[in-house]
Every structure is written in structure tokens, then in C-alpha cells.
Design a protein around this ligand. Structure first.
Ligand code: ISL
Length: 570
């Protein structure tokens, strides 16, 4: 389907798509994390009314798909990733009627809307779990993962929760343990149970009948655990191959009924390898359209904890992404992201959120959007929002950060060290309110925001960015999204990494038939001299054709300015 050697597509009227390529090969997705996007009712929490008020911003940006992080009913133990009713909207965010209005407006603007599907676990407040925990004989007992209490007091396995502490919780009602890979309030569903799976399929079908355009599937590779990894003493999760059966069954029960709809599925998969991803995203296998892999966001921490911060080598980052480009070149498809609601802000992590904030935000955007795959823009990244800069634990809200702070202090770490790690790695870095204006609460709410606004909102905000002409990150991102719509070589061109060992230059080519793009990004705050031996385009006498760049001068020179990106044709 995405074979780069297939006949070159035709360009008509500025937009082009390979006749056999799926629609999402030319699409860009925008992620909304509703709590912090925009608040319509002044209670300090983002909501559907807020999203509706900002659809013009998203339409102007030109994104094709909006993905909403969970808005379902939830006790909010993990900011909505703990769902107590899959069929209703949490009152914090609005009502089903408002959702229908939002969906209609999104469609009227020519965009699609994708929901988050969180079915590795539910909330412990979900009626399914209430029934399951009520008795060992409950008809829903087997919908979750229960293990008897051992006489010697040992836990069923050694698994640790992602949010600190053991992954097992003793439930007093029946004196048995339930598994929770995440918070205590997020019990894992048992995907070996066919009735439970059918209930999930039915729920998905109801949302598709309502008109939504697909799902982003939360930790979907975690749904199948090997029997061995659930034996006493087992150290941690291992993916069971039955995950492929579950996804194929889901396809049959849900997606195959709708051949006429343009849907999209993306599976979030911590730990998935390139080989796994080929299987998950090969269109012939009918599993998923693409996966979120984690290899490139796991390069800058130690093996045991994301809070064990290590320096990142550019060569490691670009080689990692290049391996995925190569691995999914013939079968399958990549999703492209450098940030989301679980990761630090990309400009603070991979760029320079000081003097070169705009240059590094745009350079990194160009590099990301010009890889082969479907790019994901996380809210606020289109204006180069930075990390939160919190300095006290009272400012944090995320369960992962709060639990880890407590656990690390109990293990003897100093408050200063823990705060330093949180400053760089807490998920709250990406969860501060979107900065719409220089006004109070950054224009996010008329009330008191549920989490502090990042201190730079007077300078970094949508109004200021969009008024800043050639320095607008928004405008640059808009042009990148448009390029993907217009240029088949951006959609489908073969990828080749240049200068893989260079620790400052990120360079690659994309080639499709006679079309060829050379992407050159200086990922440093110092000028960088280009070696003409790098690429024939640099050896030509004539000034090359600039497709897009983030500095107004120097196209023909062999020096890139600090964080300069240049995309040349030829
Ligand atoms: O952020 C992480 C830990 O630092 C990741 O391991 C994260 O937990 C993992 O990416 C799974 O994330 C998804 O499922 C979680 C939820 O908290 C995240 O927000 C969601 O994206 C549990 O539902």
C-alpha cells in the first residue's frame, strides 16, 4: 500500500495522493488533552465548550484529524485514563449533546475526530469492576485479573506499577489481589475473557455509530500478558502473541463493518519493536493503521526509571528514528511524534527553550514532519510551548509525579534531586494550560486554572506567535502540514539518513520518482559548516530551490545558522 517504488502519483490542484495510499498518509493529527486546552465555563478545567471555541485555530493550522484524550466519565485518578462509564461524557467536560455538536462542527470544517480507547484497564469505579470485585463467583469475576492471596504473604508476581509500588492490590471484599499496571484505581481487564471483549467491541461500535472517525488505543500491546509472566515470581509484563488475535478480532467485529468510512487507528505500544510494529501495521493483517512506539523517547533515561535522566546523543535519536523508517518502509506505517501528554515539551527536551526557542521548535517540527509517517502535533507545540518550570512539589498534579516523589524520598533521595528530575521529566510539563494570550491565566480560563500556567505566557502565547510574522511557529507548522498535503514525496518518498554519526547535523533525503528533498537541520546553538561531500545538491553552482526554511537568508551558503533548518529540492 505504501511501497515507495510504486508508480509516481499525480499532482492536481495543489493536493495529491497516491491512488492506492490510505488517506492518512497525507494527514496530520492534532492531539487535544482536554483538561488543559481551553475552558469554556470558567471552572478552571478545560472542556468541550472550550474546544468548540478554538476550532478556528485548528482549522487554520490545517490539521486533518483531532484526537481527544479521554473525556469519558471518570474519577480522574489518572486524568481521565481511568474510565467509569465508556458511554458518557464526564460532567467536568460537558454532555453527550455537546459532544454531538462538537463532532458535527469538526466534520463541517472538514476534519475528523478520534477518541481515546482505554481498554487495558477501567476505573475501579466502573460497574464492571464493582460487580467483579463483589464475589469470586460473580459472572464478571473473570473480566479482570485476580489472584488469591498467598499464605506466605508474597504477591502474585513481582510486577511494579508504572506509577510506583507493586502492580497488585489486595481487595478486602474477597481477600484476593487484582492486577493494576497503572494506578491502584485502574484495574487491568482480562482479555482472555470473550464476553468482556464483546462488550468492548459493542462500545466501540456505539461510538463509531455516533460518528467518530477512529481510535487512539491506550497501551494496547499490554492487553495480552503471557501466562508465564503471570506466574509467581515473574518480574514484569511480557506481551503475549494473542494480542494479534485480539486486534484482528476487533477489526472483524468493529472496523470491517464500515468499509465505506475513512477511519484511523493508532495503537500506543510502550516497548514495541520494529518487528512487532510491522506485524501490527501491515494492512494485509487487519490489525492497526499505525503504532506509537517509544524507542526514541526512551533514549535519554536509565534502564529502570524515566526519572533517571541521562544526556541524549543526537546520533542515537536520529539513528533510532531512521531504523523505524527503514523497518516500516515496505510494510506498515509510522506515526511520528516528539511529544504528547506523557512526555516533556519537545522544545525543552530536544531543542533550546532559551534564546533559540523559535528556531529549535521550527527546526524540530520540520525534521519530524518530513519523516515518512503520520505526524502528531501535541497542543501548544504549534507555538513552541516549553516545560512548566515548577520548583515545588505543591505545583504538581500528576499521579505518576506525586507517587514517584513519595517513593523516591522514602528510598532516601533528596528533595532537590527529585524536584530536578521532575522539572525535566514530569508529565505535568506538557499539561499546563495552553497559552492563548498574554492575559490572565494565559487566556485559558476566566477562573483559576486547575494547574499553574507556565511563567513565560506573557511572551509565549498564540496571539503573540501568530502576530510574529516570519518567526511564527504556528505559521511554520501550518506550512509543513500543507506540504504533506501537496507533495507526494513528503507522503511516500523513501527515507535515507545522511551523516548518521554527526552530533549536530540532522540530515536526510526523501525520494519518490524524480522528486527528491534534502532536509538539513543544525541541532545546535552554534553555526555549522556543511560538507559539500554530504549531498550533490550542495555541490551545484546554482542556488538550490528552497522548499521551506526557518531563516530568511543564506539559502545558497554552506553554513547553517544556530538551529537553522533548510529543505532543498533536487
Ligand atoms: O508516561 C509514562 C510513564 O512515564 C508512560 O509509561 C505511560 O504510562 C505509557 O505511555 C502509557 O500511557 C498511557 O496509559 C496510561 C496513561 O496514564 C497515559 O496518560 C496514557 O497515555 C494509563 O492509562
Amino acid at each position: 500500500m505504501t511501497d515507495s517504488t510504486s508508480p509516481a502519483p499525480t499532482t492536481e490542484g495543489g493536493a495529491a495522493q497516491h491512488p492506492e495510499a490510505p488517506w492518512w498518509t497525507s494527514a496530520t493529527v492534532y492531539q487535544i488533552w482536554p483538561r488543559s486546552f481551553a475552558d469554556g465555563d470558567g471552572d478552571g478545567v478545560g472542556d468541550l465548550a472550550g474546544i468548540r471555541s478554538k476550532l478556528g485555530h485548528l482549522h487554520d493550522l490545517g490539521v486533518d484529524v483531532l484526537w481527544l484524550s479521554p473525556i469519558y466519565r471518570s474519577p480522574q485518578a489518572d486524568a481521565g485514563y481511568d474510565i467509569s462509564d465508556y458511554d458518557d461524557i464526564d460532567p467536568l467536560f460537558g454532555t453527550l449533546d455537546e459532544f454531538d455538536e462538537l463532532l458535527a462542527e469538526v466534520h463541517a470544517l472538514g476534519m475528523k475526530l478520534v477518541m481515546d480507547l482505554v481498554v487495558n484497564h477501567t476505573s475501579d469505579q466502573h460497574p464492571w469492576f464493582a460487580e467483579s470485585r463483589s464475589s469470586v463467583d460473580s459472572p464478571k469475576r473473570d473480566w479482570y485479573v485476580w489472584r488469591p492471596r498467598a499464605a506466605d504473604g508474597s504477591l502474585p508476581t513481582e510486577w511494579r506499577s508504572f506509577f510506583s509500588g507493586p502492580a497488585w492490590q489486595l481487595d478486602p471484599a474477597t481477600d484476593e489481589h487484582y492486577l493494576h499496571m497503572f494506578a491502584v484505581g485502574q484495574p487491568d481487564l482480562n482479555w482472555r475473557n470473550a464476553e468482556m471483549r464483546a462488550a468492548v467491541h459493542a462500545m466501540m461500535n456505539r461510538w463509531l455509530d455516533r460518528g467518530v472517525d477512529g481510535f487512539r488505543m491506550d497501551v494496547i500491546n499490554f492487553i495480552a500478558k503471557t501466562p508465564a509472566s503471570l506466574e509467581p515470581g515473574a518480574a514484569g509484563f511480557e506481551m503475549d502473541p494473542s494480542v494479534h488475535d485480539h486486534l484482528q478480532e476487533m477489526h472483524r467485529e468493529v472496523f470491517a463493518h464500515r468499509p465505506d468510512r475513512q477511519l484511523i487507528t493508532v495503537g500506543e505500544m510502550p516497548g514495541a519493536t520494529v518487528d512487532d510494529a510491522v506485524l501490527f501495521t501491515d494492512q494485509q493483517r487487519h490489525e492497526l493503521d499505525m503504532v506509537f512506539q517509544f524507542e526514541h523517547v526512551d533514549l535519554d533515561h536509565g534502564p529502570d526509571s524515566k526519572f533517571d535522566v541521562r544526556p541524549l546523543r543526537l546520533s542515537a535519536l536520529k539513528r533510532s528514528l531512521a531504523r523505524w523508517q527503514e523497518g516500516l518502509a515496505d510494510r506498515g506505517w509510522n506515526s511520528l511524534y516528539l511529544g504528547n501528554h506523557d512526555q516533556p515539551r519537545l522544545v525543552s527536551r530536544f531543542g533550546d527553550d532559551g534564546p533559540y526557542r523559535v528556531e529549535s521548535a521550527t527546526a524540530l517540527a520540520a525534521v519530524l514532519h518530513l519523516h515518512r509517517g503520520t505526524p502528531y502535533v501535541y497542543q501548544g507545540d504549534e507555538i513552541g510551548m516549553t516545560n512548566a518550570g515548577f520548583t515545588s512539589i505543591e505545583q504538581y498534579r500528576d499521579v505518576e509525579s506525586l507517587n514517584w516523589h513519595e517513593e523516591a524520598l522514602a528510598a532516601g533521595a533528596s528533595e532537590a534531586d527529585v524536584l530536578e528530575s521532575l522539572r525535566s521529566r514530569s508529565r505535568d510539563n506538557a499539561r499546563t494550560p495552553v497559552q492563548w494570550s498574554a492575559g490572565a491565566a494565559a487566556g485559558f480560563t476566566t477562573g483559576t486554572p486547575w494547574i499553574g500556567v507556565t511563567a513565560n505566557s506573557a511572551e509565549v502565547n498564540v496571539e503573540a506567535d501568530r502576530a510574529s510574522g516570519e518567526r511564527s511557529v504556528f505559521e511554520f507548522t501550518r506550512r509543513l502540514i500543507a506540504l504533506r498535503h501537496e507533495l507526494p514525496v513528503v507522503q511516500l518518498g523513501a527515507f535515507a539518513l545522511l551523516a548518521p554519526d554527526d552530533e549536530r547535523l540532522w540530515a536526510f533525503t526523501r525520494t519518490l520518482g524524480d522528486e527528491r528533498l534534502l532536509v538539513l537541520a543544525n541541532c545546535s546553538g552554534e553555526p555549522l559548516d556543511l560538507d559539500p561531500a554530504l549531498d550533490p545538491v550542495l555541490r551545484r553552482r546554482s542556488v538550490p530551490d528552497l522548499v521551506i526554511g526557518n531563516t530568511p537568508h543564506g539559502i545558497g551558503s554552506l553554513t547553517l545558522g544556530p538551529w537553522e533548518v533548510r529543505v532543498l529540492r533536487g
